[in-house]
Design a protein around this ligand. Structure first.
Ligand SMILES: Nc1ncnc2c1ncn2[C@@H]1O[C@H](COP(=O)(O)OP(=O)(O)OP(=O)(O)O)[C@@H](O)[C@H]1O
Length: 386
């Protein structure tokens, strides 16, 4: 299913935008190819022309000169319906219609494309499942009855509604708190594994760019391309001072955002047991393994609480003991996220699978070993080249 990208290649050829009344162009002579099925991030300082560049792709802004093609076809040849079928668009604060329900918001584009009511309803449910919102609970809510993260999920579902090959995302996670932002990023990566859309994503946040991008375009004034490469290459070799400034300090630490939890060993010796385990049995297990903490799981093997061996002597059931696990990471999370979870939890970060089930834990040693390994690789490379 994930073999072939459903996305289409986008090409910008000598694209320039001059706003009426401005002496200088906002975007000057940009040429770039955005490969099919990849996530390309546009980063750069405020006002450098990221949004203008992106909006010329779906013709919210008309280029003054130059050509843009999607799958080899000139976007100027697309009528309104063709543009809606080809390009989904998600923006900061979701841009939902406040007087439409969630279902109506997601169904806007299919409605414009005159799908039958039945087909729209089915598609809405399918998309809500895809972005992790239970249709039964959220379908008929209004945007103001949702959290910021939920609104962004609806925004992504709406952009995907007509299954377009191209998705434009303009700071879509800019307005939510860092933890929700991390979760939304993880979810986008999980979605993209199957969808393989061509995604153009604008952000101010270089860490977000490194985490999400197959390629990053670092833009300077008037959208001039300073460097256009993989995150690895940009971190290892910034092309100029401006890019280096963007990469910022701690490049080797930032490489933690390139590694996923699934890439490291998360199957350590944690004792994890169902919450209905008799306390005595758990105590024996901990003694056998020489551990002091155990993780309690619910009936669907989702993590509940950490419990210390000390707490076991005075209780007859595990139902009320322990400290809740607050900060979970998924297999798609970055090692940076794992490090943050370890620091927040003051112990191992609990790793969950696609259904929220417990799959392992990561300890601080795994993270520090990985940093060391990255440093060594870096040093080897550096000395090899000189
Ligand atoms: N409608 C407009 N009319 C005139 N000038 C505009 C218009 N929209 C944007 N500009 C100018 O074009 C330049 C690029 O703006 P753009 O919004 O594309 O930048 P950006 O990189 O997306 O900025 P930010 O990160 O702050 O959102 C800016 O100098 C801006 O003032």
């Amino acid at each position: 299913m994930a073999d072939k990208p459903s996305g289409a290649e986008i090409q910008l050829e000598h694209v320039t935008k001059r706003y009426p009344g401005s002496s200088e162009p906002a975007v000057a002579d940009v040429t770039m190819t955005i490969p099919a099925g990849k996530i390309v991030i546009l980063v750069g300082p405020s006002g450098c022309g990221k949004t203008t560049t992106m909006r010329m792709i779906n013709r919210l802004i008309e280029p003054t000169s130059g050509r843009i093609t999607i799958g080899g076809e000139d976007v100027l040849a697309f009528n309104g319906d063709a543009l809606r079928r080809k390009i989904g668009y998600a923006i900061q604060q979701a841009g939902l219609f406040p007087h439409f329900t969630v279902a109506q918001n997601i169904g806007v584009v299919p409605g414009l494309l005159k799908w039958s009511r039945k087909r729209i309803n089915e598609r809405v449910d399918e998309l809500m499942d895809l972005v992790g919102l239970d249709p039964a609970e959220f379908r008929d809510r209004y945007p103001r009855q949702l959290s910021g993260g939920q609104q962004q999920r609806v925004g992504v579902a709406r952009a995907l509604a007509a299954d377009p090959p191209v998705l434009l995302m303009d700071e879509p996670f800019g307005a939510v708190d860092p933890i929700t932002r991390g979760n939304l990023q993880d979810e986008l990566l999980r979605l993209q594994e199957n969808l393989r859309k061509t995604i153009v994503f604008v952000t101010h946040d270089f860490d977000e760019a490194v985490k999400l991008g197959d390629k990053i375009a670092v833009l300077g004034e008037k959208s001039s391309i300073q460097q256009y490469d993989t995150p690895e290459a940009i971190l290892a070799n910034p092309a100029n001072d401006m890019v280096a400034g963007f990469v910022g300090a701690g490049a080797s630490l930032k490489q933690l955002t390139l590694l996923r939890v699934r890439d490291v060993d998360y199957s350590d010796g944690t004792v994890a047991v169902p919450v209905d385990t008799p306390p005595d049995e758990l105590r024996k297990k901990l003694a056998e393994k020489g551990e002091t903490y155990a993780l309690l799981l619910d009936s669907r093997r989702r993590p509940l609480r950490w419990v210390h061996v000390r707490e076991l002597s005075s209780v007859t059931s595990l139902a009320t003991v322990g400290r809740p696990v607050d900060d979970l990471v998924s297999l798609q999370s970055t090692l940076q996220d794992a490090l943050e979870a370890i620091l927040a939890e003051g112990g191992n970060a609990v790793v969950t699978g696609s259904r929220g089930e417990y799959v392992g834990t990561i300890d601080i040693t795994t993270v520090t070993d990985t940093i060391q390994q990255l440093r060594n690789e870096h040093t080897d490379k550096g000395s090899g080249e000189s």
